[in-house]
Design a protein around this ligand. Structure first.
Ligand code: SF4
Length: 416
């Protein structure tokens, strides 16, 4: 089961503080203490307890300036949860730092509708395909299992609201029932174990989950979706975890889709985490989200995709930001602007870097944004729910508008 941000109007008229109001170099003393830490030597479970979860703690590390009052309000609605490792990547002197933007609350999250238009609680249509025990079965061949709602970090652009995790025993029981569902549906060729972040579960729990999938004959492969290589690389220095995924991968192919959004997230620690996963023979693919103020320039995308290839991660998807309340207003880039940025970046990529698809993850299915011809946006649907199978490879044409950021915003159009 997934949970989504609620739609309400509170704060719609709130006056936004000017980001430029931050004091330029009032580095809080504790921030510099992060520089000397050897993250990869730490016990991953113990270090989680040092996550920054309150505005008061955050103030110890970063200057917040005049925005502090707004942030307290935001943190009351969307929890704050930042690992110290990820926090250490921020440039404390830059209020527009792309790392900061992904983890530090922003008073703009109080805006529910805003200039970008309407929002929805369920942009991907998850609720319709919920089969219980965490199973979402939207495309006939793929089952997605929400194994946990817990993540190492709470990303500000997330479209799934973080929930408190269930006790481990219950998590395993639920997963076993999910595996029974998968076993009973031979049309399912692959499983995405997702969340939340499954790698934040104890290794023993994860092992039991993988055991439940190992012997299902109709599964070609399994994916474990995780942002931990980016936000919490220390997790992958648990030898037992690496041998668990290695042993599973010997019997059934395992992939790890991850979520790097900016080249600055490619650090020695995250590179080492990727190397550990790859040392188990597991392929790592990247699913970035296209975000205003994070990676919305040609250079950002060039550096990200090329940087990923350097560390052995395949660029796979670049998602258009979903129309979710408290996210869309300040993170979504209009499609008219976005398609040009992505296409200009593509011109600079070698064949492997340009393998990624620019994607709208829509209720009706996954839709690739192919490009534009004049003011027409050319799209190709690549997945559709079982009941609309015929739509799975159709082409679509929509008229670009100045602010349209989602399929539904753009009027249907003919090619001529
Ligand atoms: S790691 Fe993924 S699921 Fe978790 S908060 Fe970030 S975007 Fe959401």
């Amino acid at each position: 089961m997934t949970h989504h941000v609620s739609l309400s109007d509170e704060g719609r008229n709130l006056k936004m503080p000017d980001e430029g109001m931050l004091p330029p170099s009032a580095e809080a003393p504790r921030f510099s203490s992060l520089a000397g830490l050897d993250w990869l030597q730490m016990d991953w479970q113990k270090e989680l307890r040092n996550n920054v979860t309150t505005i008061d703690e955050l103030k110890d590390y970063l200057p917040l300036g005049e925005e502090e009052t707004g942030l307290r309000q935001v943190a009351g609605i969307h929890p704050l949860n930042i690992p110290r490792y990820y926090l250490s990547l921020i440039d404390p002197e830059d209020p527009r730092d792309p790392i900061r933007r992904q983890c530090v609350p922003d008073a703009q999250e109080l805006v529910v509708a805003g200039a970008m238009g309407e929002t929805t609680a369920d942009p991907y249509g998850d609720d319709l395909y919920n089969k219980g025990n965490g199973v979402l079965h939207k495309y006939s061949y793929t089952a997605l299992v929400v194994a946990t709602e817990f993540c190492a970090m709470y990303c500000r652009h997330c479209f799934r609201k973080r929930m408190v995790g269930l006790p481990n025993e219950q998590t395993v029981k639920n997963f076993q029932k999910a595996a029974e569902y998968i076993s009973d549906h031979p049309e399912i060729t692959n499983v995405v174990v997702s969340g939340g972040d499954p790698f934040m579960l104890p290794t023993q729990v994860l092992k039991k989950m993988l055991d439940a999938l190992r012997d299902i004959p109709h599964l070609n492969h399994v994916r474990i979706g995780s942002r931990a290589p980016v936000t919490y690389p220390l997790r992958f220095f648990d030898d037992e975890l690496i041998s668990a995924i290695q042993s599973f991968n010997r019997e059934k192919t395992l992939f790890v889709p991850t979520h790097f959004n900016h080249a600055r997230e490619i650090t020695p620690a995250s590179t080492a985490a990727v190397q550990r996963i790859r040392s188990a023979g597991v392929t790592v693919n990247n699913q970035a989200v296209f975000l205003r103020g994070v990676n919305d320039t040609v250079q950002d995308l060039v550096d990200l995709m090329n940087g990923l290839l350097r560390i052995g991660v395949n660029p796979y998807y670049l998602y258009q930001c979903m129309p979710v309340a408290r996210v869309r207003h300040h993170f979504q880039v209009p499609l008219k602007e976005g398609v040009d940025i992505v296409d200009q970046a593509r011109q600079q990529f070698d064949g492997y870097a340009k393998r990624f698809k620019f994607i709208i993850g829509h209720k009706i299915g996954k839709i690739e944004i192919c490009g534009r011809i004049g003011d027409k946006l050319i799209l190709k649907q690549i997945h559709a729910p079982a009941e609309n199978q015929k739509e799975a490879s159709r082409m679509l044409v929509r008229k670009l508008t100045e602010t349209g950021g989602w399929l539904d915003d753009l009027p249907e159009a003919a090619l001529q």
